[in-house]
Design a protein around this ligand. Structure first.
Ligand code: SF4
Length: 576
C-alpha cells in the first residue's frame, strides 16, 4: 500500500478521512447464470472494495478464474463473463487490508492440490497469519501473493483430511482472526464465518439456488430472499445433496464489528440481522438527545452522515437540508498522496450551497473523524459559505485505536482522538462546538448487546490478543512509521533533567519545541526515529546533536503523547 492512509470514500477516488472498508464476498450455488449473478452481487458490494475484483465459476468439473484491477463494471465485459461457465461461482471485491495492491493480490485465489481445485475469497483479516506464513515458508512453501488469505489455502491444500470440507475446519480452528470466507470446489460451495463473527455473512435463496453475501443489498439486486445470518463459527457446505450446516470451529465470545453499522455497510443492508438504516437513524436521534444545540439547519456530510442527520433533525425538530452537495462523478485521477492535492480533492468532491447556509447556524453531521484533516476542510468550506455558527456532531464515539480485524485504519498516532481532547479537536477543525455520540448511545441504536460486539476502535478493548507480529504485519501493510507502544518494556531514559535540553523557540522556528541552543526541532528528530533510523544513524545525520539531546527529544514526545515512540529497529512491543 502507499504511504497515504486516507481512504477513498466508497465509490470514487477522492480521498476522505475515513476508515476504509474491507472486502466483499458473494457466492451462488445451483444457478445456470451463476457468474452473471455473481457479477451483479459484486456490483452491489462495490462500496466494500474498489481496488480489484474477481470471480471463480464451476461447471462441476473445472474451476475458471477471472480477476482484474478496478471496478466490477469496468473489469467484466461480456466475453469475460462468457468464459465463466457453470452453475456455481464465488466472487470478491477487494480493498487491500493486508498485502499489496496488485493483480497478484486480487481474489479469489485458485489452486490445484491433492484435494483437486480449490478457490477461496475472504473478507476480514488474520492477524496471526504472519507467523504461520513464516513457518510454512521455512518448510519450503511458496506463496504467490502477500495476502494472509493464501496461508489458509496452503493449510487446506496440505491437510491430510479426506475432503476440503474436512480440511477447512482443521485449518481454521487454529487461526484467530476475522474471516468470512467462501471456498469453491468443482462440486461444492463452502461458506465459513469465524467464531467471533467479526465480519458479516448472510445466507439467501434465489428460487432453488443458494446465495451468500457480505451484505443483503447484494440479494436485493438479484431478487434473492434473505434467509438468515450465517452464524459465528458456522460452516455451510452446499453441494448436490443440499445445504449442510455445522459449527466445527468451537465457541468463542462473539464480537461483531459495530463500525459496519456506523459506516461501512450500505444503509439498505441488514448486517448481523439488524437494519443499518435503522441503526444510523437512531444514532442521529440519540446524538440530538446527547448533544442538542440551538441551530437553524441540520446538514449531513454526504453520503456517510446522511441517515444520522435525518435522525438528528427528526429528534431536534431542526430542519434537514442538503447544504453540502456531493459530486458523484469524481474520478480516480484525484488519488494523489500530496497534501495539496488532497485538500483540493475535498473541494472537488463537496460543495456548500451558499444560499442555504449563509447567515445560518448549522449542525454538521458526520459518522466519524479519523485524522481530522477533512473535517477541518469541510468546516472551513461551510464557514466560507457564510455560516453564522458550525456545530459538528459525530454519530459514534471518538475513534482512538486502530483495527486489526480487516479494516484499513491509520496508526494510533494519526488518529486525532487518540492525540487530542474533544475541545482540542473542536479547535483544530475550527468548529464552534463538537459532540460525539456516547458508546452506550451508539450500542443502544444498533440493538446489538455489548457482549456480542467489537468496539475496540473506540475503547481499545480488543477481543483477541494482539501480538507483536500481528502489529508488525499490520504496520507492514500500511507502511506505518509510527507504531505506538503500550509496553512497559521500553526503557528510554526518563530522567526529567533531560527535559531541560528542550526549549520552545518562537523566533527561529515558529514556537515549536527545539533542542536548546540549536535550530533542531524535536519533530525532525522524531520523524527520523519513527521512519526507522537507529539512534546512531540519527546522531550521524544530525552531527550537532548529542546523545542526551536525542534522549530528551524522545522523552519529550513520550510525555506529550503519554506513550513512547517506537521505531523499526526496536524490539516490537507486545500489546496486552
Ligand atoms: Fe470494527 Fe473497530 Fe472492532 Fe475493527 S476494531 S472490528 S473497525 S469495531
Amino acid at each position: 500500500m502507499g504511504g497515504d492512509h486516507f481512504s477513498t470514500d466508497k465509490d470514487d477516488g477522492v480521498k476522505l478521512d475515513k476508515f476504509r472498508d474491507e472486502c466483499g464476498v458473494f457466492g451462488i450455488y445451483g444457478h445456470p447464470d451463476a457468474a452473471r449473478l455473481t457479477y451483479l452481487g459484486l456490483y452491489a458490494l462495490q462500496h466494500r472494495g474498489q481496488e480489484s475484483c474477481g470471480i471463480v465459476s464451476s461447471n462441476n468439473h473445472d474451476l475458471r478464474l477471472e480477476r482484474a484491477m478496478g471496478y466490477v463494471s469496468d473489469a467484466f465485459d461480456q466475453p469475460r463473463l462468457d468464459r465463466l461457465e457453470g452453475s456455481s461461482a464465488i466472487g470478491h471485491v477487494r480493498y487491500s487490508t493486508a498485502g499489496e495492491v496488485s493483480i497478484r493480490e486480487a481474489q479469489p485465489f485458485l489452486v490445484t492440490c491433492q484435494h483437486g481445485q480449490i478457490a477461496i475469497c475472504h473478507n476480514g483479516n488474520l492477524p496471526f497469519a504472519a507467523e504461520e506464513r513464516r513457518r510454512l515458508e521455512r518448510e519450503g512453501a511458496i506463496f504467490s501473493s502477500t495476502s494472509d488469505t493464501e496461508v489458509v489455502l496452503h493449510g487446506v491444500a496440505r491437510s491430510r483430511a479426506s475432503s476440503v470440507a474436512e480440511a477447512i475446519p482443521q485449518v481454521l480452528k487454529e487461526i484467530e482472526g476475522a474471516f468470512s470466507m467462501l471456498f469453491l470446489t468443482p462440486s461444492a460451495l463452502i461458506a465459513v464465518r469465524d467464531p467471533r463473527g467479526f465480519r458479516p455473512l448472510a445466507l439467501g435463496r434465489l428460487g432453488e439456488s443458494w446465495v451468500v453475501a457480505s451484505e443483503t443489498c447484494a440479494f436485493d439486486l438479484i431478487d434473492a430472499k434473505y434467509v438468515r445470518e450465517i452464524e459465528p463459527g458456522e460452516m455451510i457446505v452446499i453441494n448436490e445433496e443440499g445445504l449442510r450446516s455445522s459449527h466445527p470451529l468451537g465457541e468463542r465470545p462473539v464480537s461483531m464489528c459495530i463500525f459496519e453499522h456506523v459506516y461501512f455497510a450500505r444503509p439498505d443492508s441488514l448486517i448481523f440481522g439488524h437494519s443499518v438504516n435503522e441503526s444510523r437513524h437512531k444514532m442521529g436521534m440519540q446524538l440530538a438527545i446527547e448533544h442538542g444545540v440551538d441551530a437553524d439547519l441540520v446538514v449531513p456530510v454526504p453520503d456517510s452522515g446522511t441517515v444520522a442527520a435525518i435522525g438528528y433533525a427528526a429528534q431536534s425538530k431542526i430542519s434537514f437540508r442538503f447544504g453540502l452537495v456531493r459530486n458523484h462523478y469524481v474520478g480516480r485521477t484525484f488519488i494523489e498522496p500530496r497534501q495539496s492535492i488532497r485538500s483540493f480533492g475535498v473541494k472537488i468532491k463537496l460543495n456548500p450551497v451558499r444560499d442555504l447556509i449563509e447567515g445560518k447556524r448549522v449542525v454538521l453531521i458526520d459518522d466519524s473523524i479519523v485524522r481530522g484533516t477533512t473535517s477541518k476542510k469541510i468546516v472551513q468550506m461551510v464557514r466560507e459559505a457564510g455560516a453564522a455558527e458550525i456545530h459538528m456532531r459525530i454519530s459514534c464515539p471518538p475513534t482512538i485505536s486502530p483495527c486489526y480485524y480487516g479494516v484499513d485504519t491509520p496508526n494510533k498516532a494519526d488518529l486525532i482522538a487518540a492525540q487530542m481532547s474533544i475541545e482540542e479537536i473542536c479547535k483544530f477543525i475550527g468548529a464552534d462546538s463538537l459532540g460525539y455520540l456516547s458508546l452506550e448511545g451508539m450500542m443502544e441504536a444498533t440493538g446489538i448487546s455489548f457482549n456480542k460486539a467489537c468496539v475496540a476502535c473506540w475503547n481499545e478493548r480488543y477481543p483477541t490478543q494482539i501480538t507483536a507480529s500481528a502489529e508488525t504485519m499490520w504496520e507492514r501493510d500500511r507502511e506505518a512509521v509510527h507504531l505506538q507502544s503500550r509496553s512497559t518494556s521500553h526503557k528510554y531514559s526518563t530522567d526529567p533533567k533531560l527535559l531541560e535540553r528542550i526549549t520552545i523557540n518562537p523566533e527561529q522556528l515558529g514556537g515549536t519545541p527545539c533542542i536548546r541552543g540549536m535550530r533542531i526541532r524535536v519533530k525532525d528528530i522524531l520523524d527520523l526515529f519513527t521512519a526507522g533510523l537507529t539512534k546512531n544513524q540519527i546522531l550521524k545525520e544530525m552531527p550537532d546533536l548529542e546523545k542526551d539531546d536525542l534522549n530528551a527529544a524522545l522523552l519529550f514526545d513520550s510525555l506529550q503523547h503519554d506513550n513512547m515512540p517506537v521505531n523499526k529497529h526496536d524490539n516490537m512491543p507486545v500489546n496486552k
